[in-house]
Design a protein around this ligand. Structure first.
Ligand code: PDD
Length: 286
């Protein structure tokens, strides 16, 4: 459930009183960017990375009118406490604003403000890899657009791939580009471990550059775990020693299977376990 007190356009209001106009461009055109930030012990994890990405997304979308990032950061920092949330997530979305429906973003009347929404939600955050429920994954064609590196709310392609996987009895889809390589999961980045080396795809327009991805790469370096930034195929995932996906809310979620090929028990995965423990320490988990 959404928290009791949400932030909307400069005010903190009860969730039931928060409303957005029917001509809001987030609603009409997905003309809108967002972030999801992990909260552990009331603190936002990798907050600055998320705020920088929010700014980059607004740059890429050429938002003329935008929130003050320092002020918005303070709002987000305060949301878990206002709502009595220790572990969970903070969601923030910024749209280009609301005005009479017109495809052209430049048709905004002067002074049109962005729409800014933020809320916090409690989530159970496991402290150990072995406590994560492993996912059954299906590979599915990546039919999204050419700017997947912008974190917009235009997520129909992601949602339909997830639905396709779930209709087939799986939990999640790993998306496959025309060249046969895995791009990412529907809302997380994709990884495999082979002979002690972790592999993940390079950043580029075909994936969202995850804040968790970047953190895991830095932690791997600290831990002396070798890394290869390289694309891989579903068959490589099936053959890998370990496979997992990462996001602010998925943390490091292991795979139970891909395309019906079962993986081993993640409780015995040394590299994923080391990374999970290091990520929890980084997050300040008790
Ligand atoms: N999703 N790829 C996609 C398509 C995503 O939507 C996400 C995040 C990621 C991982 O990014 P990060 O590590 O910064 O969370 C990769 C969020 C959690 C969501 O939409 O709920």
């Amino acid at each position: 459930m959404t928290s009791a007190i949400v932030y909307l356009n400069g005010r903190h209001v009860p969730a039931a009183e928060a409303s957005i106009g029917i001509e809001d461009r987030g609603f009409q055109f997905a003309d809108s960017v967002y972030e999801v930030v992990l909260v552990v012990g009331g603190r936002l994890v990798d907050r600055d990375g998320h705020m920088e990405r929010l700014s980059r997304s607004m740059d890429r979308m050429a938002f003329a009118s935008r929130p003050d990032i320092a002020g918005l950061t303070a709002v987000l920092d305060g949301l878990p406490g206002r709502n009595g949330i220790s572990d969970g997530m903070v969601y923030v979305q910024v749209t280009r604003g609301a005005w009479a429906r017109n495809m052209s973003p430049g048709s905004a009347p002067d002074g049109t403000p962005p729409t800014i929404v933020a809320y916090a939600r409690a989530l159970a955050i496991p402290r150990r890899l072995a406590a994560m429920r492993p996912l059954h994954v299906l590979s599915a064609p990546d039919r999204r657009w050419g700017h997947c590196d912008i974190k917009t709310t235009a997520l129909a392609g992601n949602m339909l791939a997830r639905a396709q996987a779930q209709a087939a009895g799986a939990d999640e889809a790993w998306l496959v580009a025309a060249d046969g390589t895995v791009t990412e999961a529907t809302a997380a980045n994709a990884w495999i471990v082979r002979d002690g080396v972790i592999h993940t795809r390079a950043e580029g327009p075909e994936i969202l550059g995850g804040i968790t991805r970047r953190r895991i790469l830095a932690l791997a370096q600290d831990l002396g775990i070798p890394t290869r930034i390289a694309a891989f195929r579903p068959a490589d995932v099936a053959a890998a020693d370990e496979a997992f996906q990462t996001s602010a809310t998925a943390l490091i979620t292991p795979l139970a299977s891909i395309d019906g090929v079962a993986k081993s028990d993640p409780a015995g995965w040394p590299v994923s376990t080391m990374l999970f423990d290091a990520y929890m320490r980084f997050a300040g988990a008790d």
